[in-house]
Structure formats: structure tokens, C-alpha cells
Design a protein around this ligand. Structure first.
Ligand SMILES: C[S@@+](CC[C@H](N)C(=O)[O-])C[C@H]1O[C@@H](n2cnc3c(N)ncnc32)[C@H](O)[C@@H]1O
Length: 282
């Protein structure tokens, strides 16, 4: 594995990646709108050969495996050991013969040129040290006219699921510094001009960004949602390190946010905002 992307590879192989693997079923429900939007934007069809970039535990891979059928294939790649193990487990459980799971860095994995006709990613495209190099290489793995459809987060301020609990609890916690807007991280593809420049510079054509606004169910009760926030996302680490009165106050503040976002049915829902980025390989 190359030196490039080393920090992100370490991050996704730490407790964060393990938490993602353990919470797979919840995550797939939370992000089902993104999965559908990507599959539709990529026009996934019978016979397609799909590369799923940063596949995690395989939610999108499973969603498209049936659509491509026996004549097609899905190759799912991720740097995280725990998530790719979980993705493989899920393929075995469903006896899927048309899926291959690879543990590797999508920017440097030696795929043959023109192996795929579709490249998809649900929230896995924003973590390259050098996205221009990565998307040049990824374009080469696609056949001429191959299509890409990526789900990427818009600005943090539009993503209430990320910002509201943090805004309420951060004064009681030691929050790590946020990555800069162009550093690898969840919001590094939030700026449309940056995404267009990266993809155009890497040789992609017909680049379009369509907004996807959706609600993310966090749990069927405040308690369930709180457990999720404590396990995953930007507050999980800081909460695990907090103690005493500060921890109690932080949890109370988060509970209040969750309460404000609870519907009459008891479900906690927070707003999410993505770009669905589409482009062609030539
Ligand atoms: C936010 S998670 C999304 C996971 C999955 N797509 C989902 O929606 O559940 C980002 C994923 O990108 C993966 N990733 C980050 N950098 C990568 C790289 N250079 N090559 C392959 N996967 C990468 C991480 O390991 C992680 O699984």
C-alpha cells in the first residue's frame, strides 16, 4: 500500500472503522436515500461492471449486485479491514457470485484499464490526499463513456445531523481540529467548483452536481439516537474521553437537540444534504 492516504488508511482502520462495521445495518437505513440516488444517477443496469469506491461494509454493493445480474459484476474496494470483512461476510450470507471485495487503496490498486463501465461511491470519495491523481487513475479503470455517480456531503452548515449536536455539546468537550476544506475529510467535496476542477482536470466530462436533501433517521427513540451519537460521528471520540460534570452536561445538551428533532412517532430525524455528482469518462 502506498505512502499516500496513510493518515486516512490509519483512521479507517482505527476504532472509527470498527464502529462503522458494527453499525452497518443502521447506517444502510440512514443513507438509503443516497444509495437510491446514486444507483439511479449511474443508471445501473443488467450487465454493468461496477466499481464501488470506499464501499465500507457494502451497503451500495449489495443494492446494485442484483440490478447488474449474473451478466454483470460489482467490485467493491475499501481500505478498512473491519469494513471489508463485513462486506465479504454479507456477500457470503447472500451467496452473491457476481461481487468481489478488495481491501486496498482505490487510488493505487492495480486494476486493469477499462475494467468497468460504472463507478459509484456513497460517501467514500472525499478521503484522498491527492484527489486529482486518484480520479485520473479511476477514470482509466473505466471504459470509454463509462459513468460515475458519487454521493458526497455538502457544507457542514447544511448538514444538521453533523452540526447541531456538535454545536450544543462542544463547549463541554475537547473537540479535535476540523480538517481544512481541501484536506481529506467528509466535507472536502462540499464546494462545487472544487469538485468540477478536480474531475475536469482528471479528464472527466459532463460534470454535474445535483442537490439531494433528505432526512436521516437516527433512532426510534431519543435513547437509541443518543447511543448512536455516542458510538459514531464527530462526537463519539470526544465523548469517550470526557468525564465528570462536563460529560453529563454534554450528554444533556445532545439529548435536548435529539428531543427537538423527534417526530410525533418518536423517531429522531436530522437533516442531511449531499451532492450527487455525475460525469462521463470521456
Ligand atoms: C464515510 S465511509 C462510507 C462507507 C460506505 N460507502 C457507506 O456508505 O457505508 C468512507 C469509506 O471510504 C473508505 N476509504 C477512504 N479512503 C479510501 C481509499 N483511498 N480507497 C478506498 N477506500 C477508502 C473508508 O475506509 C470508508 O469505508
Amino acid at each position: 500500500m502506498s505512502e499516500k492516504n496513510a493518515d486516512q488508511i490509519a483512521f479507517w482502520n482505527s476504532s472509527h472503522g470498527i464502529a462503522w462495521a458494527r453499525n452497518t445495518d443502521i447506517i444502510d437505513v440512514m443513507f438509503s436515500d443516497i444509495t437510491e440516488a446514486i444507483a439511479s444517477a449511474a443508471a445501473i443496469n443488467v450487465g454493468d461492471h461496477v466499481l464501488d469506491l470506499g464501499c465500507g461494509s457494502g451497503g451500495t454493493m449489495l443494492a446494485v449486485a442484483n440490478r447488474v445480474g449474473a451478466a454483470g459484476s460489482v467490485t467493491a474496494i475499501d481500505v478498512s479491514n473491519s469494513m471489508i470483512d463485513r462486506a465479504e461476510e454479507r456477500c457470503r450470507a447472500k451467496n452473491l457470485k457476481n461481487v468481489t471485495c478488495i481491501r486496498g487503496d482505490a487510488a493505487s490498486y492495480p486494476f486493469s484499464d477499462a475494467s468497468f463501465n460504472k463507478l459509484i461511491s456513497r460517501l467514500g470519495a472525499m478521503f484522498f490526499d491527492d484527489p486529482a491523481v486518484a480520479f485520473t487513475r479511476l477514470r482509466q479503470t473505466l471504459k470509454p463513456s463509462g459513468r460515475v455517480a458519487l454521493g458526497v456531503w455538502r457544507e457542514p452548515r447544511e448538514n444538521h445531523w453533523a452540526m447541531e449536536p456538535v454545536a450544543a455539546a462542544k463547549k463541554y468537550l475537547n473537540m479535535p481540529p476540523r480538517p481544512g476544506p481541501e484536506e481529506p475529510g467528509p466535507f472536502s467535496f462540499a464546494k462545487p467548483d472544487r469538485v468540477r476542477n478536480i474531475l475536469a482536470g482528471a479528464g472527466w466530462r459532463d460534470i454535474e452536481l445535483s442537490p439531494l436533501n433528505f432526512v436521516i433517521p437516527h433512532g426510534r427513540s431519543i435513547t437509541e439516537a443518543l447511543i448512536f451519537v455516542m458510538r459514531m460521528g464527530p462526537l463519539a471520540g470526544p465523548l469517550s474521553e470526557a468525564s465528570g460534570e462536563n460529560r453529563v452536561k454534554a450528554i444533556d445538551a445532545i439529548k435536548q437537540v435529539l428531543k427537538n428533532n423527534t417526530g410525533d412517532d418518536g423517531i429522531v430525524r436530522m437533516a442531511g444534504a449531499c451532492w450527487i455528482v455525475t460525469a462521463r469518462a470521456d
